[in-house]
Design a protein. Structure first.
Length: 590
């Protein structure tokens, strides 16, 4: 069954031409947002057989988001139409379902109905020939690329994921086939998904209020603003809940379940009386949250918050940092035995840092403020670099230590790369603490890096009980105590399920990781961009890729080869450019 596409077109004059003479003039250019594209679902064709009914039902589900799935329910008997819940999940498919009729009639004949009858099934008045209704069963499979839950949280599927489908149908007294049994949820193709849904980022303040921490969702392109505010008021995802602050008082909601955006782009957010229980600081933070979310929604230029149509009393203003930029524009590298910077196509030694002669450096780490540089010596210790003023000091000793990561509070993260070994943190004053995470039990940690907001950590781990190469990429919330000490990790959010053979992870931006992993076709290691809530993407390969680093954004991703060649994507954004030679271990703060 085919979905028709309805779209508004903006027509511009064809009379204008580019001036060929005269001075440069300043002008105002306005770009009109054409608005969302609507999919028009089609109902069941009179006389359609069981397999066509099922195919039509699946096809009608995508456009159902715009009309409460009224058309899709026409393929169901009344009882099934009343109980079917399409909102519990959205399954995004890589291709159409492959359906097979398991049981039922081999030929569909509706007495008295011409073969080319095009009227809606509901208009047919044909009497059933037999009082005992005929039944049929349709089964099949669909290739799944991703899935959304009812709150718009995205999960990428592993490559080759298939889901079984099963439908029961019954021929109605008028001769039409209808579905009597199906599972809840909506199925739609990748192309329909990208047409209907928009990635929307909710923001929640870090525990100290200094940073905004993202919680990425996908909402329908209609009423996106209202859906985003509802999501914000409902609170963060469970895995993030103990790592951020919730400032909206419990029970706060939109009064009319809508956000009106007027002609000048002001979004009017009218909240219920519960919001008045918030403190002055909480109200200021809620205003900042709503602005951070809604000003990224198409057409919104300002946000006005009211309670019962009266302006919410906000006496101060806060501006938490969103998606912070590293303090360094280019990475530190190891050139020979000297910690160096890469700039202007050259390599220069970092002033004040002594050479790492005979120290066997195998990884570098830099504190977020750029003030402290650490290195892993062999695999058995994490040390500070020696400077003109201070000797090198051992921060952590072990048997096979992870490359370190330093969070914005000055805590250094590492731990042994042994199955069952916990992650460990070292405080700025040298106290070593284990950080429990139940989901790492029995797994070997391969790589870690803390996000720049300090609220989350990305972890690559492998299953030591399974087949070699079975790695997993997780992101968890960091739960901290009163002194900012990490006390545990939250349950994990699995990211990049389609990426295999991962060995190293770094943060690219607030909600994207870069992962050094095995390529799907060549098998050689390459860089993958792994959004926390979208499809992973393998970048073009670099032969002999050995180590990666990233500032902010995909043009700040670096990769170094086993031969010491450092490549970056800044020049073109799509291909790799060599920027240095005879270096290793590129590193940004974090």
């Amino acid at each position: 069954m085919v979905l028709g596409v309805l779209a508004s077109l903006v027509v511009t004059s064809s009379c204008a031409r580019i001036p060929e003479a005269g001075t440069v003039q300043r002008g105002d250019v306005s770009i009109t947002d054409p608005g969302p594209v609507f999919l028009q679902p089609r109902g069941p064709r009179a006389g359609a057989g069981p397999e066509e009914i099922v195919a039509g039902f699946l096809s009608a589900q995508a456009g159902g988001i715009y009309e409460d799935w009224t058309t899709a329910r026409e393929f169901l008997v009344d009882q099934a139409a009343d109980t079917w819940d399409p909102t519990v999940r959205t399954v995004v498919t890589a291709r159409d379902a492959e359906l097979t009729q398991v049981s039922g009639p081999t030929e569909e004949v509706i007495p008295g109905a011409p073969e080319d009858l095009e009227t809606d099934a509901s208009t047919s008045t044909t009497e059933a020939v037999d009082e005992t209704p005929a039944t049929a069963e349709i089964s099949g499979q669909v290739a799944v690329s991703s899935q959304l839950d009812s709150a718009g949280r995205y999960t990428e599927a592993t490559t080759g994921t298939l889901q079984d489908l099963a439908f029961t149908l019954e021929q109605q007294p008028d001769g039409q086939w209808r579905i009597t049994g199906t599972e809840d949820g909506t199925f739609m193709s990748d192309s329909n998904f990208t047409t209907i849904f928009r990635q929307t980022t909710l923001y929640f303040p870090s525990r100290d209020g200094e940073f905004f921490v993202p919680d990425v969702r996908w909402y329908s392109s209609t009423n996106t603003a209202a859906r985003a505010v509802n999501g914000l008021l409902a609170g963060p995802s469970q895995w993030l809940r103990d790592s951020v602050e919730v400032v909206a008082p419990e029970g706060t909601r939109l009064v009319l379940d809508s956000v009106v955006v007027d002609e000048d782009g002001t979004a009017h957010v009218d909240l219920s009386q519960e919001v008045l229980e918030a403190t002055d600081d909480q109200r200021a933070m809620l205003q900042a949250q709503l602005e951070a979310v809604l000003l990224r929604v198409s057409g919104v230029r300002a946000v006005e918050v009211t309670v019962g149509s009266a302006p919410l009393d906000i006496r101060s203003r806060v501006e938490p940092v969103r998606d912070p930029v590293p303090v360094m524009a280019s990475p530190f590298v190891l050139s020979g035995d000297q910690v160096s910077t890469v700039s202007g196509g050259g390599v220069e030694a970092v002033e004040g840092i002594l050479p790492l002669t005979a120290a066997d450096p195998t990884a570098l780490a830099i504190s977020p403020d750029g003030a402290q540089v650490l290195f892993r010596s062999g695999r058995t210790s994490i040390r500070t670099v020696a400077t003109n003023a201070e000797p090198s000091q051992v921060l952590l000793a072990g048997k096979d230590l992870l490359a370190p990561s330093v969070d914005r509070f000055g805590w250094m993260w590492s731990g042994d790369m042994l199955a069952g070994s916990p992650l460990q943190v070292v405080s700025p004053d040298g106290v070593v603490t284990a950080v429990p995470a139940d989901w790492l039990d029995g797994r070997k940690v391969e790589s870690v890096q803390v996000s720049r907001d300090g609220a989350r950590i990305a972890v690559v781990s492998s299953d030591t009980s399974g087949t070699a190469g079975q790695t997993r990429i997780d992101v968890a919330g960091i739960v901290r105590g009163d002194t900012d000490i990490p006390v545990r990790l939250s349950d994990a959010l699995v990211a990049g399920a389609a990426v295999v053979g991962a060995s190293q992870v770094v943060w690219v931006d607030e909600s994207t990781l870069a992962v050094l992993a095995q390529g799907q076709s060549s098998g050689a290691r390459t860089v993958h961009l792994v959004p926390l809530a979208a499809h992973s993407e393998a970048l073009s390969g670099v032969e002999g890729a050995e180590w990666i680093a990233s500032g902010r954004g995909r043009r700040a991703v670096y990769v170094v080869t086993a031969d010491g060649e450092l490549f970056n994507r800044a020049t073109t954004g799509s291909t790799w450019t060599r920027v240095a030679e005879d270096v290793e271990l590129p590193t940004f703060p974090g």
